[in-house]
Design a protein. Sequence first.
Length: 605
Amino acid sequence: MAPFVSTAVPEGRPKKIDRPPWHGSCLGQHETSPWFEESLRLAKESPRKIPIPPGHTAQSLEVALRDLAEILGQQWVKFNDVPLIDGDYHAVPLSHDSYHILDPDDLVPSAVCWPADTEDVVKTVKWANKWKVPIWPISVGRNLGYGGSAPRVRGSLVLDLGRRMDRILSVDTENAVCLIEPGVQYVTLYEHLQEIGVGNDLWVDVPDLPGGSVMGNALERGVGYTPYGDHWAHHIGLEVVTPTGEVIRTGMGSMEGSECWQLFPYGYGPHQDGIFSQSNYGIVTKMGMELLPNPGGVRVFMAAFPRREDLYQAIEIIRPLMIKKIIGNVPMFRLGLQDASLYKTRDDFELDERGIVKPDSLKKVIEELKTGEWVFYAVVYGPDEITQAKYEYVKKQLGQINGTKFYQREDVPPEHYLHNYAHYTTGIPTWRELDRMKWVPNASHMFFAPVSANSGQDAERQSNMCKKRMEEYGFNCLDTFFIGTRAMHHVISFMYNRKDAEERTRALACIRALIDDCAKLGIGEYRTHLALQDQVAKTYNWNDGAIMKFNEKIKDALDPNGILQPGRSGIWPKEYRGKGFELWGGERRSASTESEAEISFGSLA
Ligand SMILES: Cc1cc2nc3c(=O)[nH]c(=O)nc-3n(C[C@H](O)[C@H](O)[C@H](O)COP(=O)(O)OP(=O)(O)OC[C@H]3O[C@@H](n4cnc5c(N)ncnc54)[C@H](O)[C@@H]3O)c2cc1C
């Protein structure tokens, strides 16, 4: 086989990425897909009653939703009375959070609607203000591990923007930027670039799984693997519908006739974009996104470290390589066990009585897979001479750690993750990460994702602390550090069997304990699941929680009726504050109320 340098993907860039025939959001229509039969997993059977949002009765909600159906068209509004089918990554349900950590019937909408364009979004927002119904926009709804498509307030209306607003509005090939709508997925943007003949020159930064929305992920401040791996940092210009129904464009887009909306991010005066990420201050309907120009060569490699203690020294060595941009991407430092979970299930290991992998058993698997206690995946970009020199330099630095082994693609077997990594780092989508979802039966995961300094000390204390706490609760700590220039996303996959209520409760209690452990040391999460957002928001407590007071002032000013995503990121509108909507842990929540139990609306059509 030819060496893998220069293109890193001599196998070429596929025009299309294979996926199952059913790859989209679903509201109870899974049965129509023959493929789906295999993976159909019922969380709650039909018939279900429609959940009612706060301040409504069954009757008032029904009148309101029928009004919306008049506005958007009968076929674009549906009640959520379908069975709760968990589906899987490809067939993602709109009825509930398929990776539920609470009761599956807890965080559920009353209905879903499908706006066609910005105008429809404006109409829906005005409708929500008129009827005081909470609304929850999603782009694609694959926010799995953080709440999926589910709303925070039970009975909200979900706006599934992605179904009909999925256009790639422009690709400026000279300036390497595009303008997209919410439903554009990484995989569809990639395929579009291939189709218009620029796929080799302009790359999309893809995260682990490419079925997410480019916009939704950026709004969540998600991460990928190329130099553009900080997705929010590489958006450029927004169109936003405010909670009272005005349409604004940010940056240069706020000037009539400007040609620089996707070229210069700031415009004039205050820069508003930041308040629309991880917030409930607006519905984004268009977003500019930078595309990565092909850097003219790539060298992908893996370093494997033999001891758990090597984490400290390795991160100390990597920090200057990041700050000086010798390593050009967002590299990944991953626990050997987390790496092994791509190839093995938990039951392939010998476990202790708590279900924790025994160290000797892990050692055997590490030897079999020829990895290490920690593995480091990274890439250097540029022409061969440059990547060769950079690679030698990185090897020399990391080689100071005794026993470190280095691998390039030609050194590993075809099923090795390093080949997938070469795809990620050159913007080619892959589904490989789904292999991890076999770790336990009915696997779901939540991510516990604290921010770490790029320092051996911080990484080591976080990793050891999380391992100890998780093992105490009977969970294997599967950590990965996504390394930025000066800080890391320390992302721990919290794998649990969603069918096992006891295991779910234990997982939630454990993650709550971790949030508290971390907060005591001044460690905060970059993103969290819906059920944990109040707790995490509260840990950002400098100066008596000044930041939340500021957030609430903005919320009250922009959203006087409190209709847009109440509770997102722990920000509650004034009508909701202190009325028992927050989730702090230990609540006994019953999924449905008595009034809900009585109603069933029937069809809107
Ligand atoms: C195995 C696995 C691996 C994963 N790996 C990664 C990874 O590498 N990197 C990563 O970042 N994530 C990862 N995730 C998490 C998640 O799947 C992705 O982040 C995904 O892109 C988020 O879903 P989405 O893009 O469909 O966004 P959505 O679910 O549509 O939205 C995400 C959030 O943003 C809000 N929102 C969406 N659109 C709008 C809008 N237009 N206006 C206002 N608010 C909006 C929604 O209310 C929601 O809260 C992984 C998940 C799994 C299961």
